[in-house]
Each structure stands twice: as C-alpha cells, then as structure tokens.
Design a protein around this ligand. Structure first.
Ligand code: NDP
Length: 412
C-alpha cells in the first residue's frame, strides 16, 4: 500500500526511519537514499540492532542533481518521497517528483545556498504544476514548521471563531553538556538564528535586529526561560490562511552561553556563507599547498559536534506550543496547546535527541496521513491546509502527546 522513499540519513531522518519501521502496516516498502550510502546502511543496522525486523533498501543519491534523482525514482517508483535532506534540495527533489509522478513531503522551506532567506514563494510557485500532475506536496511537516500549524488549525476548528493573537513558543530546556552545539544541522541552524527577526502586526511585517527582542516566557514543567523573537517560516502561511490574525510571533529560548558563543562565531566571521580563498595543504603529505574556496560556515560545521551524537548525554526536555487569543461565541478566549518531549526518552527509542525526535515523528505522521488518503489533494500545501484531527491523534500515539490549557495568564 505505501511505498516510500526517504532522502537523507541525518538526525531527523533517523527518527523518521524508526517511526516508519514501527508502522509497517502503512509503510509497506521503504528505501533510504542519501549522499553517502554507508550512512543509510548504518541507519538500517541501528534499526535492526534495536530488534526491528524490516526489509529496508538503501541507495546513494546526490539530491542536488535532478537527473540522479529521476533515475532513482524511476527505478524504485515510490508513491511518496520524504525529503529529510537539507532545505537547499527542496526544489530539485520537487522537480524530480514532478518528472516521475511522485508525491512530496518536507520539513523545511527552500533556501538558496548563497542567500539565507526564508519564504515559501519558491515552493508555492510549484502549486499549478503539482495540481496539473495530480500530485500532492506537503510542505514543512516537522514540529515548527509543521505541528505548530496543525495546533493552530486545531484551535481554529474547535475553539475559536476568530484567532487574533498567535505566539508560537519553542523552548529547549535540555542540556547536552557541550560548550557549544546546535540541535539540528549546524549550517542550517546558524543561518536561521543569525537572521533579522520578523513578526506580523496589523497587516504589516515588522523587522527587528537579530535576537534583540526577548522576554521571559513560562513553559510547563520547566518554568521561565528567556525567549527571543525570531522570524520563522510558518508565520507566512498562517497569517495568509487565518486573515483574522492581528499579530503573529515566534519565540525560541537560548541560553546565555549559547548566545555568547554565537556572538564570537559571528565576530570571527565564521558564520559567513560566501566563499573565501583558503590555502590548503595537499593530501599527499608533500607539504605543498593548493588554493581552494571554502565557505566559513561549512568549515565550522565540520568541527562542531554532530547533532546526531548529542543524544546519549542530553537531559531535560523541549516544550513547543501555540498560545492563542481570540473570540469564541462572542467571548474572548485564551488557549495554549503544547507538547513536552524528554531528550532521554527520544534517545532510548531512536538513539537521537529530542529536537530530531520532535521533527522526525511529525514527518512520519504526515506521510501516514498521505498514505491513508486523509491528506491527499493535488497541489502544494502547508500543514494547516489539511484536517488537523487525525494528524494530532497519530502524534498522541507516536510519542508526541499534546495538552491544552484554557484561560489563565497565557497572554504574552
Ligand atoms: P542532518 O545534517 O543531520 O541530515 C541531513 C542529511 O541529508 C544527511 O544525511 C546528509 O548527508 C543528507 N544530504 C545533505 N545534502 C545532500 C545531498 N545533496 N544529497 C543527498 N543527501 C544529502 O540534518 P537534520 O537531520 O538535523 O535536518 C534535516 C532537515 O530537517 C533539515 O532540512 C532541517 O532544516 C529540518 N528541520 C526541521 C525542523 C522542523 O521542526 N520543521 C526542526 C529541525 C530540522 P551526509 O550525512 O552525508 O551529510
């Protein structure tokens, strides 16, 4: 029934693979393909070592190359391709899906390599093509983006006539016991958090300098944490889909040590994404050098801890949710919907930390919605375009239970 190809074999993909294998009644055939086949084979071994029986195929593919992707898709013939590589590959994978008649799902919006810029316009531009081909593309089906939009859609469907104020609040109160590490791909993460802040108010987008607006927000089971206003991609689709929204913001917690390191990285020029010339020693040991072009941030990624290795010593938990204010039956309503996820629980199940877990589980759940025919309509869609109920029901059963609070002192 469900023939699925997953691209990528990193932290998020590892979690999604475990979850796919736990749901083989839906996912009947499964292939993992990535830049390095050995990483796919290691992942399959990790799954088998945990005692799961599953026939998983693996393959090498460079997802920047549409022709290679087409060859792979034509030979395996997946019904759905789950893109858990990097945002740079979104468009090439979408092109190959269109060429080969495959449906598509990802967890992050397209970003050009030479410009850290977050908007859906590039992928929304594929809407007509997917519609004409009768194919479904589901964008941004991780936690945020992803579950944050399903939470908002659930609130709009069940608890509000009009949503007026939306704050997406993302706290990682975990400790990995490293001086500095990122929780997902370091290159993508540092590009994201060094961007200017952006929020929506009264029909306008308001830009702030990076990480200058912040306040304490109190998270369930965690307490108050300094939370920073950032631009996050799902705000763009949410204000479009819920035009009654007067203000929409996204907040993420950062510890002081993390911010001090980040500041140093930027001041040293190591967050640069342009190419610089570097005199590199030749690998033949001759002592001779050769001039090569490197991107400082990519070099930095090579020396930072791999987010996939953080799980073992990670304690604490994440808490991500939506705080919403609006109107129901003529009365003001305040509502909070959230999930808390413990890093050690995620590690024990999948060998990965909580941030990979909270992204990989929704990616699988979105794919499950597709195969069950519940989230299947030709075109390019964001998560809130679909019925949130069955998706949230699956999250409850698959390790990301959610909770609701009404009223109280939830306003930011
Ligand atoms: P990783 O870097 O751990 O994994 C990325 C994987 O993609 C790696 O296996 C990598 O190969 C592979 N890859 C990279 N380039 C190519 C290519 N050209 N062709 C084929 N494979 C390629 O990243 P994460 O798992 O941390 O993140 C995966 C995605 O999830 C990212 O897009 C990230 O933005 C997104 N994300 C979304 C979140 C959400 O809540 N929505 C939260 C966190 C992440 P190799 O192993 O060889 O490097």
């Amino acid at each position: 029934m469900g023939k699925v190809l997953m691209i990528g074999a990193g932290g998020v993909a590892t979690v999604a693979a475990f979850k796919i294998v736990q749901n083989q009644d839906v996912f009947t055939e499964f292939m993992i393909a990535s830049r390095r086949k050995e990483k796919c084979d290691e992942l399959v071994k990790a799954i088998h070592d945990k005692g799961y029986k599953a026939d998983i195929k693996t393959a090498q593919v460079d997802a920047d190359d549409v022709e290679q992707l087409k060859q792979l898709f034509n030979s395996f013939k997946p019904e759905l391709v789950i893109n858990l590589a990097l945002p740079y590959q979104d468009l090439t994978i979408m092109d190959a899906c269109l060429a080969c008649g495959c449906n598509y799902l990802d967890t992050a919006n397209y970003e050009p390599k030479d410009e850290a810029h977050f908007e859906y316009s590039w992928q929304w531009a594929y809407k007509d093509k997917f519609e004409q081909a009768g194919l479904t593309a589901i964008l941004g089906c991780g936690f945020d983006p992803g579950v944050s939009q399903a939470y908002t859609a659930y609130a709009a469907k069940h608890h509000f006539d009009e949503i007026h104020y939306l704050d997406i609040v993302d706290c990682n109160a975990g400790n990995h016991h490293k001086a500095f590490a990122t929780n997902f791909n370091p290159e993508i993460n540092i590009r994201e958090i060094t961007q200017k802040g952006l929020y929506y108010e009264n029909g306008k987008w308001i830009e702030t300098e990076p990480l200058v607006v912040h306040q304490d927000i109190t998270y369930p089971n965690i307490g108050p944490r300094d939370s920073y206003l950032m631009h996050h991609e799902e705000l763009e689709s949410l204000v479009k889909n819920y035009p009654t929204i007067k203000r929409a913001r996204f907040w993420m917690t950062f510890g002081q040590q993390y911010l001090t390191y980040l500041d140093c990285i930027q001041n040293l020029g190591m967050s640069r994404i342009d190419e610089i010339e570097y005199e590199a020693p030749l690998a033949d040991g001759s002592g001779k050098t050769v001039k090569v072009n490197i991107v400082p941030l990519q070099f930095l990624k090579a020396v930072l801890p791999n987010p996939q290795d953080l799980g073992e010593n990670y304690d604490g938990e994440t808490s991500i949710g939506c705080r919403i204010r609006g109107i129901k039956d003529g009365k003001e309503q305040t509502y909070y919907i959230y999930n808390n996820c413990k890093h050690q629980d995620a590690y024990n199940e999948t060998g990965m930390q909580g941030v990979s877990y909270t992204t990989g589980v929704p990616a699988m759940a979105g794919a499950m919605m597709f195969f069950k025919g519940l989230w299947r309509k030709p075109g390019v869609w964001n998560v809130e375009d679909f019925d949130p109920d069955p998706f949230l029901e699956v999250l409850n059963k698959q390790g990301l239970p959610w909770h609701e609070e009404f009223g109280g002192d939830l306003e930011l």
